[in-house]
Design a protein around this ligand. Structure first.
Ligand SMILES: Cc1cc2nc3c(=O)[nH]c(=O)nc-3n(C[C@H](O)[C@H](O)[C@H](O)COP(=O)(O)OP(=O)(O)OC[C@H]3O[C@@H](n4cnc5c(N)ncnc54)[C@H](O)[C@@H]3O)c2cc1C
Length: 145
């Protein structure tokens, strides 16, 4: 995690098996957040499939925020795919799901995040005006996505 000055877009790197809850928790002290969905969902599968979340209307899909991927290709090579290196593979990974190799690392952009937002799937009797989306649950305990 590259925290950087508060308020500046910075990067996070994850490995296979990482859950969004891991990234959200690591980014939160910096006032940052990834474009992520349900915290219990895996970062890699989500991102490779596109991935929409709370921040998507502002920052696009999770795949739009992917900057680099380390991939083991079908012939056993370990390659880095980004805008300059293996750009076709990089394009295919961003939405092509698990069809193009085994992803062993992802690097993606984080965004400044207001840690409260007025949206939650709660019943009116339990709803409060805000919740901390970084916890992944609303005030009533329901998942936030
Ligand atoms: C409770 C829940 C809530 C969800 N909420 C959202 C949401 O808010 N927004 C949204 O967009 N989606 C959401 N999803 C869908 C979610 O994005 C997909 O299920 C996604 O595939 C989950 O990724 P995974 O790594 O956990 O799954 P997996 O089933 O492990 O992987 C899914 C695909 O990615 C491939 N893959 C996984 N890891 C790798 C790797 N390291 N290298 C190469 N390929 C790999 C797999 O082969 C498979 O094709 C949700 C799913 C659940 C179960």
């Amino acid at each position: 995690m590259d925290g950087g000055p508060r308020g500046r877009a910075v990067l996070a790197q994850t490995g296979p098996g990482a859950l969004w809850s891991d990234v959200i928790a690591a980014a939160r002290p910096y006032g940052l957040a990834p474009v992520s969905g349900t915290p219990s969902v895996g970062v890699t599968g989500y991102t490779l499939g596109g991935g929409t979340g709370w921040l998507s209307r502002k920052y696009g899909f999770a795949a739009d925020n992917l900057l680099r991927a380390e991939v083991v290709t079908a012939d056993g090579d370990v390659v880095t795919a980004d805008a300059e290196r293996h750009p076709d593979l990089f394009w295919a990974l961003r939405g092509g799901s698990g069809n193009f190799g085994v992803v062993t690392a992802l690097e993606f952009r984080l965004h400044p995040a207001d840690m409260s937002t007025p949206a939650c799937r709660c019943t009116p009797s339990t709803a409060r005006p805000t919740f901390s989306f970084a916890t992944g649950t609303g005030p009533c305990g329901n998942p936030t996505s």
